[in-house]
Design a protein around this ligand. Sequence first.
Ligand code: LLP
Length: 421
Amino acid sequence: MDHFLYRDGHLHAEDVPLADIAAEVGTPFYCYSTATLTRHFHLFDEALDGLDHLVCFAMKALSNVAVLKLLGDLGAGVDVVSGGEYARARAAGIPGDRIVFSGVGKTREEMTQALTGGIRQFNVESEPELLVLDEVATGLGLRAPITLRVNPDIDAGTHDKISTGRKEDKFGVPISRARDIYAQAASLPGIEVVGIDVHIGSQLTSLGPFEAAYGKIAELTEALRGDGHTIRRLDLGGGLGIPYARDNQAPPVPAEYGAMVRRTLGHLDCEIEIEPGRLISGNAGVLVSRVLYVKEGEDRTFLILDAAMNDLARPAMYGAHHDIVPLVEPAPGALHAPVDVVGPVCESGDTFARARDLPPLAPGDLVAFRSAGAYGAVMASEYNSRPLVPEVLVRDDQSSVIRARPTFDEMIKRDIVPSWL
Ligand code: LLP
């Protein structure tokens, strides 16, 4: 459920007509709903009710500081994967003891930044990383709390590019070698083992792969405890999918996921962390764009928008589907016809949808891409020298620009022409 609904024939974000925001900030722009973000955070928080737990928003999905502050104020932690994300989380007021640090390529600088700034734990992904972290922590006179991310060799049944738990994926250490690496970790003076981490992929639409992975984590927990390690925390990653198309069957909801977590891991008396990104912010955001032209091709019609693949990369990158709806509600029974929805960028990959059935649209009309709140703005680029689009946050009848559209000058003045040119 989200808070982008038609009222009196006009698509609103909560109580604000999206067309009013378009008039104020221009198009394209991203718009997020406070109520939807809040609701989705609470769904996860309540799903783990009764378990000692922390919901760490995977901020790679949406990293605007205003959104992080909103979630942080609700009690969320965050999962960060870079020094930049760590700095954003701290700027949003999220304390270090609610920040977990994931990723296969943490640098010494990032380790130092997190160790000195405060960190809940590092999710370590390899032996070489473990040794470097030990060195960095020892050098600072500190001990780094860690989990080891294990790779359970499970196919999450999702898009190839966002599957992370198969043995051919770059993530984690093979679960078969985990006991040896834990033994090594326990011998390092700069390392404090606190638990185990696993994340098998993103946009999972069934619980089966999670359950298989968590079953392996339960076994590993017992084995490691038998080896004398203190395993008190399990980080279960993110990955629960969202319905991208209104008419698709919806993936399992957080309550069902929570019940499965209890079933597979509840008996272990561990603190549970989860790292959802997409389910919290995906359907809490839309990308609003204007129709520039309707062009009749040889055998198809192109709807040319002012948004492009640089603003929303998912369709070009993963062939992803996003529902596209007009801001003015189509009349009941309005005739739909197939159109190719494209942007102005100079490559054919800049296609959002092929043969999409849409009601009649004319130049100047506004449309919204649904489910664009996760991996939308964060993956945008300035390709074709198109400035990053603004972000707007709505709460009830208020809306605020939470990132402004840069001017061409602001974009250009980051380039430096050497004096010798
Ligand atoms: N934890 C870790 C360690 C991750 O790598 C990810 C996502 C998450 C949590 C959050 O997963 P989520 O709950 O959002 O599924 N750009 C792609 C998605 C990449 C996901 C990368 N890792 C897309 O637009 O579909």
